[in-house]
Write a protein that binds this ligand. Structure first.
Ligand code: 13P
Ligand code: SF4
Length: 306
């Protein structure tokens, strides 16, 4: 079995041969973050997928991210090294139920978090990510908004806009399990630290934080903040990047179990296999791709705030 060094060499060689890049989400394993050409949040990675002039994108993230890249860049081959790396929240929204809800509220606009399947995106008016959800919702002329699938992000948007939000009942299992008691414990251990939370967390947790950001929002905030210590209330993979980019600052996990198992599925061997055997190619049926891409394009047209 080849060792990590050999696998990394193999990846570098195959990347050249295939004219490929590696995109990785901020929650990926540390060694995957280290070999990535670009690291980012959902919004930044979608934009990168469009802008890059390459033949192959190896997407180290979860299925909906690779799917979005494939829909935005149909001329590129998008590979997801581990087919079972999916977002459980994305799988909580079903097209048939969404269609029924739309029929009940024909006057509502439909906003879907990017953490949805292509089929669901095809049923929506516009997508959003955690970095731009408030701006996206504010940009719509309708006052009533069906918001799919994250009830916590929906609540956060409702509190920061004057729209009537009809939330879906989904949530991210990793963020939703973080409780006020976890934040309280971390705060008592690190009383000087600023608390930064992701909007997929419950309202009670967000109310205890000093700032609410997407993962890239946290990366940017930390680099300019005068504070030296931070409690990071999101998936623990982000700490690798924060520690690496800010060697003189201290970062604390809110709890030891804030891990998304799907975001940890891809390892170095899977990336090497993916590039060698061109697997797994992510494609979307053309009729769905065209409709879903419209929702993604509308989102990308709205300038990023953070
Ligand atoms: P962001 O990196 O866009 O904040 O996404 C969070 C997330 O949970 C992605 O699955
Ligand atoms: Fe989905 Fe949550 Fe994992 Fe992100 S952290 S991929 S929202 S389950």
């Amino acid at each position: 079995m080849p060792d990590t060094m050999e696998l990394k060499k193999k990846i570098a060689k195959l990347k050249k041969q295939r004219n490929a890049v590696i995109l990785a989400h901020n929650y990926e394993r540390g060694d995957i973050q280290d070999i990535a050409d670009f690291l980012g949040d959902s919004l930044e990675l979608s934009q990168k997928a469009v802008d890059l002039d390459v033949d192959v994108i190896v997407f180290c993230g979860v299925h909906f991210m690779a799917e979005s890249a494939a829909m935005l860049s149909p001329d590129k081959t998008v590979l997801l090294p581990e087919l079972y790396a999916r977002c459980p929240m994305a799988d909580m929204a079903r097209v048939d139920s969404l269609r029924s809800l739309k029929q009940e509220h024909p006057d509502a606009a439909v906003v879907c978090y990017v953490n949805t399947t292509a089929e669901v995106k095809a049923e929506c008016d516009i997508c959003c990510t955690s970095a731009n959800a408030i701006e996206v919702v504010k940009s719509l002329e309708q006052t009533k908004i069906i918001f799919v699938p994250d009830k916590n992000l929906a609540d956060y948007v409702a509190r920061n806009t004057d729209k009537q939000i009809l939330p879906w009942a989904g949530c991210c299992p990793t963020h939703n399990q973080i409780l006020p008691v976890d934040v309280q414990r971390a705060k008592s251990l690190h009383p000087m630290a600023e608390v930064l939370a992701h909007p997929e967390c419950r309202r009670e947790v967000l109310d205890m934080s000093d700032g609410i950001f997407s993962t890239n929002g946290m990366v940017n905030y930390v680099s300019t903040s005068e504070s030296d210590e931070f409690i990071i209330v999101t998936e623990s993979g982000l700490l690798h990047r924060l520690n690496k980019e800010n060697p003189y600052k201290k970062f604390y996990e809110v709890s030891t179990y804030t891990v998304c198992p799907d975001m940890k599925m891809i390892d170095i061997k899977a990336v090497a296999d993916s590039l060698e055997n061109m697997k797994y190619v992510i494609t979307v049926p053309e009729d769905i791709r065209i409709k879903a891409k419209r929702s993604l394009d509308r989102m990308l047209a709205i300038k990023r705030k953070i």
